[in-house]
Design a protein around this ligand. Sequence first.
Ligand code: ZN
Ligand code: ZN
Ligand code: FE
Length: 732
Amino acid sequence: MQTYKIIIKGTVQGVGFRPFIYQLATRFKLNGTVLNGTQGVEIVVNASNDKLDLFIDTIKKELPPLASIDTLDVERIASKKFNNFQIIQTNNRGEKTVNIPPDISICKACEEELFEPQNRRYGYPFITCTHCGVRYSIIYDLPYDRVNTSMKFFKMCKACEEEYKNPLDRRYHAQPIGCWDCGVSLELVGRNVPIPTIVDEAVELIKQGNILAIKGVGGYHLVCDATNEEAVLKLRERKQRPTKPLAVMVKDMQMAREWGEINADEEKLLTSIERPIVIVGKRTFRPTGIAPNLSRIGLFLPYTPLHLLLLTKLNRPLVASSANITDEPLATNRESIENLSNVYDFLLDHNREIVNGCDDSVAMVVNGQTIILRRARGYAPARIELPFTLEKKVLAVGANQKNTVAIGFNKQVILSPHIGDLDGIESVEYFRENIENLKRIYGFEPQVVIHDKHLNYESTKYAKRCYGNRTLGEVQHHYAHILGVMAEKKITEKVLGIAFDGTGYGDDGNLWGGEFMVCDYEGYKRVAYINYFKLLGGAKAIKEPKRVALSLLFDVYKDEVLNLENATTKAFTPNELKTQYLMWQKALNAPLSSSVGRLFDAVASLTGICQVMSFEGESGMRMEELYDASISSFYDFRFKDGVIDILPMIKAINEEESVVMAVSKFFNTLVEMIDSIYKLYNLPLVLSGGVFQNRVLLGLVLERIPSAIIGNKIPPNDGGIALGQIVATLKS
Ligand code: ZN
Ligand code: ZN
Ligand code: FE
């Protein structure tokens, strides 16, 4: 018999790992201890060699559902005597490297208890156990113990405490544990109804067509009955969101199928413990107010007991939109939700503080691959393991749109949940909070801070302002896009990276976004790009596809455009056309761009699909609708000296009579472009950038080049930039 110390790192805290070890040790009749250290779980046991091997094998084989092991190290230590096996209390010395589990959905066992009339938690909207529920959103600090969460304000009742302290109970050390007597409670603000009937009352109010603000896991939702067209329009009006698609929460898979066309991969994603919003095909007979002009719809399943109760009682789908107004962060506390009191009719609140805000995640499936469009609840802040060890502690502040931030140390990167666009004072404040949250939880202080090359990004300004006294580094936007995917996929060889993007500051000061780059961690070489065109009106051109199209028409037809009649020119008055022509001629307020995102806009305008966008990405989404897979032809493009000339295509599109033909051939042309340049380089192909959120384009490229690599954990949009920024430091 020898004494061994086993250190296990990975997702091993807050997932029922210690009671699992306790039960296993009891089964194998091993004596010793287990504890949660800041480095991971530490087990000390007395065992023979054979038994130790068997014990370790069984740990790996029978792991609790949410746990995962990254490393397991065993060493023999000076022999110690134990009379039993014990779970000993947490120490919190040392460096904090354990993984925080994300907030995950309610488990089957809790769901059953929730609807079991004789259970003492029957109908309790915050029922939870070691295998489910909130985590990241309630953590102040590591290690993950109740005193370090916003549950510390609730004193457990006797019955809960017994469960909490019993290693054989499913709720052993379930930090958010509570019940009707001692836990979190609901409040329907301004309505004096007894607590147990609050959910019923809320359901009644929703049925009557009211808009409710409801506090969830990482923030508030604005909800209304999805079958009530009037309520949906009221929500759109009050939220000032005329056409952007709204997410719909459905009771179960059956209801999901009544609304969406769902394949097996999509069902798996919908029912996964992360419960993201999944973009699926929409049944055509469904109300148009949810996703106007689109054949896709975002569906998700209830992920908390409260949502389950609401949906079960309502038995109708619920529009559940993040509670924020354009450009502002998600509301996470009473004060911020009350700023939206003109949007909702009633507020369903609860008294557990949201420590770390976290939006719903959004995902889709393309050619069997999961593509994360917004990485937040359920996924964040789970860590991403790197193919290398970082020499320094690095903070990356991300881009300006769809911002996320990341911290990197040792061999890992912790990526924050989706923060959003840094366009207002409030969102920059929310961005700052997210950085502070990560620093606090992980006890992290950066030695190096990395930002985008764009000096006007709020994230860049913040890095310079707050960390100017530390080593700062800048990374080109599209290189960061490609590096992010390389890091996620642990790619260490040279790749051909294609970044098709909305925008990003290029090395020459122009706005890049149609880039072909040969990349490794040392650096990159831009081997091809879409020839520059002028963005007439600068930032205005980003919202107005007609400006981009007009500029390209000037490139092709010069002043003849003034007498040209097409969808684009019709969107301007004759005087405006003349002014725009002068701007184009003199290159006034007309930055150069190679962006494929803008090229999509131009085609949307030329074909009359969209002249001015009401939400970001609208033109691409509407073009997806028109793609005809039976059309295989494409337009000519010229590729010479690394420059892709698209003017022949623009001319041809302008002359095309059928919109479907123009759109389909445009998609096909992009695929040909990618394929032909891919063939010139015998390198693995990596795809990134916001344009690859386009389901049709991505699907076509993956069909043509099945080996093409796209991120599955980080979004193709700027939400993946922070990860790329961190690994860019590897070269130094
Ligand atoms: Zn549970
Ligand atoms: Zn209790
Ligand atoms: Fe980007």
